[in-house]
Design a binder for this molecule. Structure first.
Ligand code: T5A
Length: 213
């Protein structure tokens, strides 16, 4: 049986990593086998590309350069980690995926070109379910900076107008695929957000015919 592919999207500091860990623990308590991963990253090659994109010295301002690098990292990740895990029947929880390219690099690259790059990078893989953790950028950046590690990455350094545009793009993407997206108010406290996500997964995925849980 093919596994289930669930992605978490949203702006900086929305709580994606926090909620993925919580959902993984819940699904494991249901007896499911869970693979937790992230983008950019998830393989040695993709983690190396992550370092190149997100560190100040190597960062490029060019949207197509960024999209191609994210796509190269994603392709390695999909081929070596995500597809094998899905073939083995695991629930794959991924912190960011192709929608982040649409939200962050969109507007800097013509839409048709961006979609071609995304299709190649994702090897045609589309998530079964995507949570958009929605928070205003002021709060998200405040949270991200509250666990500040010393250096802001390429996108955290961008101005507030850019982060507002990213949020607008995420909403437009979600509106264009309402069957795939669930928008969660991520300004709520951590436990409330976790319960909203748990309920949605039970209703939308685990209760589906043939899901077996
Ligand atoms: N990018 C990525 C692109 O431009 N294109 C692409 O195609 C891809 C894949 C990745 C960057 O790359 C860009 C987008 C990003 O800028 P990253 O380090 O992975 O960089 O950045 P984020 O995914 O944004 O990671 P963050 O850690 O900043 O955000 P999270 O994971 O959403 O937030 P989390 O869980 O770490 O929480 C942040 C803080 O808030 C607290 C947590 O305890 C933590 O301290 N918190 C809450 N506090 C109050 N209430 C809640 N509900 C809370 N939830 C979490």
């Amino acid at each position: 049986m093919r596994g289930i592919f669930i992605t978490f999207e949203g702006g900086e500091g929305a709580g994606k990593s926090t909620q993925i860990r919580r959902l993984a623990a819940v699904l494991e308590s249901y007896g499911l086998s869970v693979a937790l991963t992230r983008e950019p990253g998830g393989t040695p090659l993709a983690e190396a590309i992550r370092g190149l994109i997100l560190t100040h010295e190597a960062a490029s301002e060019d949207g197509l350069t960024q999209a191609l690098l994210f796509a190269a990292a994603r392709r390695d990740h999909v081929l070596r980690v995500i597809r094998p895990a899905l073939s083995a029947g695991h629930v794959v929880l991924c912190d960011r995926f192709a929608d982040s390219t649409r939200a962050y690099q969109g507007g800097k690259v013509p839409d048709a070109v961006l979609e071609q790059v995304i299709a190649l990078g994702a090897d045609g893989l589309v998530p079964d379910l995507t949570f958009l953790l929605d928070v205003n950028p002021e709060l998200g950046l405040e949270r991200a900076r509250s666990r500040f590690t010393g250096v802001e990455d390429t996108f955290e350094r961008s101005n507030l107008a850019f982060h507002r545009e990213v949020r607008r793009r995420f909403h437009a993407i979600a509106a264009s695929e309402p069957h795939r997206f669930i928008i969660i108010d991520a300004s709520q406290d951590e436990a409330y957000v976790a319960e909203s996500i748990r309920l949605a997964v039970r209703q939308r995925i685990l209760a589906a015919p043939g899901a077996g849980a």
